[in-house]
Ligand binder design. Sequence first.
Ligand SMILES: Nc1nc2c(ncn2[C@@H]2O[C@H](COP(=O)(O)OP(=O)(O)OP(=O)(O)O)[C@@H](O)[C@H]2O)c(=O)[nH]1
Ligand SMILES: [Mg+2]
Length: 321
Amino acid sequence: MTASSARQRRLMARALSRAADASVAEVLASTRGSAGVCRRIGVTGPPGAGKSSLITALARRRLARDGDIAILAVDPTSPVSGGAILGDRIRMEDLAHNPRIYIRSLASRSSHDGLADNLADILEIVESAGFAEVILETVGVGQVEYAVRHVVDTTLLVLMPGAGDQIQAMKSGILETADVFVVNKADQPGARQLAAELASVLKLKAPDRRGSSDDWQPPILSTSIQDQASVAALAEAVDRHQAWLVRHRDVDERLERRRAQHVGSLVARRVAEVLKELPAELLHLPLTSLYEAVVERLTETRPSSGVENDHRSRGLLSKAR
Ligand SMILES: Nc1nc2c(ncn2[C@@H]2O[C@H](COP(=O)(O)OP(=O)(O)OP(=O)(O)O)[C@@H](O)[C@H]2O)c(=O)[nH]1
Ligand SMILES: [Mg+2]
């Protein structure tokens, strides 16, 4: 069954909806893990930089490669989300009707880094549905780039003229995160200056990146959605980076690191679940006892009944007295 089959799409849509509010226990019961067979591309950058427009143009180009493409946008207000397609209405609808493309927007849930905190689960579902490639759009500058990095293979950072101050704000972080820098809206004034600024910041901050010829040198590409050649160059840069990964990075090691991140995010979610369900009276406990109570609850794989909770709360409270 391919990712395009109607049945497979329905199953995946259902699995994605379930994942939207799954508990950690539910995730653990249903996960199949990642085999690393799906090319994962992350597109991030400040609001309005043109991420959705570029993804639309990029996806159309990348259909020339084998397999189906899933486009996921983490932001309910993103133009990828059905109704609000804005300036890209026609192009995006065009794509949405392509049987080899699947488009879905994801609510960002409780995550503070601008990513859905269940992104790793979601990407696994998409991967096991047989997609060859997933393009993930996230809005953000700063922390988000770090977070995206762990769930994708290739990270594109999209900037636009007038985002110079954003570079200043991001300086310390972006160099380690993006594999391809994109100065979009190259048809607008200031694009060349932004590219130059970016180049000088990168040079200044990443001397090690100029060292070995085996290292990936993140390119700075100027794009405009009106300029097809620039989109083609971007699609090629993504391919170059993916090919570089195959040659220079061990896939098992990447999957191991990804799994470590995934389990970390599940533990963080489990902590949040436990804290949310914690009986108010336990908060009166001294810190050490409270800590023990929380840790004990972490390993419960099924939601405990109110009765059990009551018993345990009373036990702990009497122990603490
Ligand atoms: N002039 C010009 N406008 C562009 C270009 N790319 C995108 N735009 C326009 O910029 C606006 C924002 O584009 P989007 O693709 O929605 O940007 P985004 O980064 O996805 O925005 P958010 O998801 O809201 O963060 C739209 O009106 C696009 O038509 C470009 O290359 N040149
Ligand atoms: Mg968008």
